[in-house]
Design a protein around this ligand. Sequence first.
Ligand SMILES: Nc1ncnc2c1ncn2[C@@H]1O[C@H](COP(=O)(O)OP(=O)(O)O)[C@@H](O)[C@H]1O
Ligand SMILES: N[C@@H](CCOP(=O)(O)O)C(=O)O
Length: 328
Amino acid sequence: MSVYTHLSQAEVEHFISKYSLGELVHYEGIAAGVENTNYFVDLKSNGNITRYVLTIFEYLPHNVMPFFVSLTDLLADKNLPIPKSLRDASGQALHDLHGKPSLLQVCLAGKHSPIPTNEQCHAIGEMLGKIHQAVSGSSLKQENQRGMAWIVTQIERLTPLVSSNDAELLNKQLKRFQQFFDTVNIPQGIIHGDLFHDNALFTGDCITGIIDFYNACYDYWLYDIAVTVNDWCRQDSLVLDEVKTISLLRAYHDVRSFTDEERMAWPVILQFAAFRFWVSRLITFAHPEEDSSHSTADNAVVINKNPDEMRDLMLSHCDNAHLLVLPS
Ligand SMILES: Nc1ncnc2c1ncn2[C@@H]1O[C@H](COP(=O)(O)OP(=O)(O)O)[C@@H](O)[C@H]1O
Ligand SMILES: N[C@@H](CCOP(=O)(O)O)C(=O)O
C-alpha cells in the first residue's frame, strides 16, 4: 500500500467543501500505486453516492502540474477513458494539501488485470495508438523528467552503491544508449511514459480507464510502446510472450503505422526501456533519501518493485535482438 500523507476526516471534509459535489460519507487510502498518495472519497448528493479519487503528489513540483491537467483534459475530451480533473467552485483543478499539489478526479470503473490476456494486450496497443494520435499536433510541452540527463545523474550516484557487476553494466549500457540516441531518427510526440498494466482498468477485455499520466512528456513514441510491451507482454521475468507482443504491436500499427526507422530501432529501444526502469527501481533501493517526502511521512507504507527483473529483461533483449521485430 502506498499512502504517504495521511489525511484526517476534517482535512478531507475541508478539501471537498471547495467542490460543492456533496457531503463526505466515506474515505479510505488506496492500496495500489507507488509514488503518490491516493484516497477513494465517497460523496453523497441528492441521495446518490459517487466515488472520487483524491491524489496528493508526493514529489512533483507545483509548476509541472498544469501540463498533466491539460493533457488528461485533452484526452478525455477526445472520448478516451482518461479521468478529468474536477474543478472547484472557482474553476481551480489544482490545490495544495500538506504543501503538495493535489487533485480530485472522477473514479473510473473497472479493475486492474493481474495478468493481461492476449485480448487485453490487443486493447492496450490500440489505446496507446489512439493516445499518441490524439495528442499529436497539440502545443503541449513537457520535458522527460526521467530522460537521458536524469539517467546520467542517477548512474553517477548509483555507481558506488550497487555491486561492481551492476555498476559496470550500468555504465557500459549507458554509453551504448547515448551513442544510439545521438543518431536515431524516429517520430516523437507526447507519451504516457509509464503504461504498466497497473495503470489500466478493465471490465472484461474492455479498457475503462488509463491512469497515472505523471510520467507523460515529449519523447519517442516507440519508447512508450517498448515500456508497455516490456510490462504487458512478459511471459516471465526474461522472455516476451510472442502472441501477446504481436497482438499489442499489430493493434498499435493498425492505428499508426511503424516507420522503417522504427523497425531498425525496436530491439535497442526495448533494451533501453528496461534499462530506464532498472535505474529508477535501483534508486528506490539504493537511495532511500530520494524519497524523502515519503520516508518522513507518518506510517508511510510503500511498494517497491524488483530492479533485477528489469536488468535481466534488458540482458535477455540484448541476447535475442534478432527475434524482436515490429509487424509490417
Ligand atoms: N481515476 C481513477 N479511477 C479509478 N481508480 C483510480 C483512479 N486513480 C487512481 N486509481 C487507483 O489508485 C491506484 C494508484 O494510482 P496511481 O496513479 O497508479 O498511483 P501512483 O502514482 O502512486 O503509482 C491505482 O492503481 C487505481 O487502483
Ligand atoms: N511503473 C514503474 C514505477 C513508476 O516509475 P517511476 O520511474 O516514476 O518511479 C515501475 O514498475 O518501476
